[in-house]
Design a protein around this ligand. Structure first.
Ligand code: HEM
Length: 475
């Protein structure tokens, strides 16, 4: 096993900074590259590396393709980045691939929108509490904005009870364990480091192509030599591609739908069935307990349980529907005819998620019954979905295209992910979704599923290793 250079990784790869409960994402446009790079040189020691577990604040920094160009990275080096990164999320092809139609059309995004080249830098800022975060944000803003950068968007986050997302489900449970990092896990859930960090072997036993710079350009000799192109230096080593999607959640619509579909014959609400239908859509109960293990009721004792598959005990989807969000986003052992092959395939399409919620909950209790009675129409809320991977095509985009938005996933024929799928696809005859729940003797099909999630912004970023960051500050 290759030794992972923890010191050279940005910390977000190693941990989600769960102890640092407050976070904000600052999206910037570089307006004066030399001054911005000077700032980076002076503050590089404040960028949190992977070998440190911060207890007060943390800062990580990433760049879009346009951002790297704005810094002045030479053309040959820019050309060495993969096309899927350069293209970003908003070309016509990407729109189709990611399913961003209707209200999620990139032309209408609040930032990173189609035709807008202003999204250059992502500063991910974390702190142990709100006053510390405010102070960190104010300091960074004062140093940058108006001097060498313009604020494109300031994305705040919120901390919901029990690590829930806004629909009320415990999130951030299932993650692949990166082989070579300290955490030990089952072989099924241990995935080659090269799937998530450039410069290491991936699940194919190969090195993903890493961006390079001409040797002569690395005047201070900070970058390692490239193993892939002779005479070049490796700009990608210990870096990764970070996906950022601002996903707005319509919590009223989510629970009103569950209510409408599960009412008792006399028209009264059936809270138990409401929660059950929503859990069938997610594939886990609100506590986090997987339906594959606890099909009939929620179980707090299984809240963080992640050791399960679908093949044995739920090969027919009677417990956790094939269409559910978690079964689509990671089918685990249920893809192919044998367990081992299935896990091998699924593990070539994994991502590490680092998202944070934003906006205040519709109701503090987050209780579905309180939500359906609530007349709180104030504010918006959602998930700043963040994940990283080394191959956007085979990982994030694959999941989104071939699993989340695939109408034929798992033997189904005309439905997309019920939680976050886009039902405005031009190829869909109806502009609403269907959700099938496997049952005996026949499956139950729920129709007219609205779009609960709308994309409001996003971009692909390159999260460089610390040496690469030092190099970028010096160009
Ligand atoms: C607002 C939008 C979303 C919501 C509310 C949401 C919610 C959830 C919840 C509640 C879970 C189960 C808890 C867990 O295993 O961590 C989960 C799991 C997961 N989600 Fe999402 N999610 C959203 C968007 C996405 C997107 C855009 C992707 C990627 C394309 C994604 C990929 C995953 C993956 C890979 C898992 C873990 C599956 C597993 O390994 O079992 N999610 N999500």
């Amino acid at each position: 096993m290759e030794q992972i250079e923890l010191k050279d990784l940005q910390g977000l790869i190693v941990r989600g900074y769960a102890e640092l409960q407050s976070a904000a994402f600052m999206v910037l446009k570089v307006t004066d590259a030399p001054v911005f790079k000077k700032w980076l040189q002076q503050h590089i020691n404040e960028v949190t590396p992977g070998n440190v577990k911060p207890t007060d604040t943390a800062m990580n920094i990433a760049f879009t393709f346009a951002g790297l160009r704005a810094l002045g990275l030479n053309k040959d080096s820019l050309d060495s980045f993969p096309l899927e990164f350069e293209d970003g999320m908003t070309t016509r092809q990407k729109q189709a691939l990611l399913g961003d139609f209707g209200n999620s059309d990139p032309a209408n995004w609040q930032w990173g929108q189609k035709g807008n080249d202003d999204t250059h830098v992502l500063l991910a800022l974390y702190a142990a509490n709100m006053p510390m975060l405010e102070s960190l944000c104010a300091t960074v803003k004062q140093q940058l904005v108006g001097h060498c950068a313009a604020e494109v968007k300031m994305l705040d986050t919120s901390n919901l009870v029990k690590r829930k997302e806004h629909f009320g489900f415990h999130d951030g449970i299932a993650q692949p364990t990166i082989d070579g990092l300290s955490r030990k896990d089952s072989p099924e859930n241990t995935v080659a480091a090269g799937e998530f960090i450039l410069g290491y072997k991936n699940e194919y036993g190969q090195y993903d192509y890493s961006p390079v710079v001409p040797g002569a350009a690395d005047k201070n000799n900070v970058l390692p030599a490239s193993d892939q192109v002779s005479g070049m230096k490796d700009l990608g080593k210990n870096g990764t591609y970070l996906v950022f999607r601002q996903l707005e959640q319509d919590v009223h619509s989510f629970w009103n739908y569950m209510d409408k579909k599960t009412k008792n014959e006399d028209g009264s609400c059936n809270p138990e069935q409401m929660v059950k239908l929503a859990s069938k859509m997610v594939g886990r109960w609100p506590s986090g307990a997987p339906l594959a293990l606890s099909p009939d009721k929620d179980s707090e004792t299984m809240a963080d349980m992640d050791k399960f598959g679908y093949r044995q005990g739920d090969g027919d989807g009677l417990k956790c529907p094939f269409a559910s969000h978690v079964r689509r986003t990671n089918p685990r052992d249920s893809i192919d005819t044998d367990k081992k092959t299935s896990i091998k395939i699924a593990n070539k399409h994994r991502i590490v998620r680092r998202g944070r919620s934003y906006g205040s909950p519709v109701e503090e209790s987050m209780d579905p019954m309180d939500i359906i009675k609530s007349d709180n129409k104030e504010g918006t809320r959602g998930l700043h979905f963040i994940c990283f991977n080394t191959n956007l095509t085979l990982q994030f985009e694959f999941i989104q295209n071939f699993w989340v938005n695939n109408p034929k996933f798992g033997g189904l024929y005309d439905e997309r992910d019920p939680v976050m799928g886009n039902h405005s696809h031009p190829l869909d005859s109806r502009q609403s979704g269907t959700f099938s729940v496997e049952n005996h003797p026949i499956r139950k099909r729920h129709t007219d599923v609205p779009e609960f999630v709308t994309v409001k912004g996003g971009a692909y970023f390159f999260l460089p290793g610390i040496r690469a960051l030092t190099f970028l500050a010096s160009i």
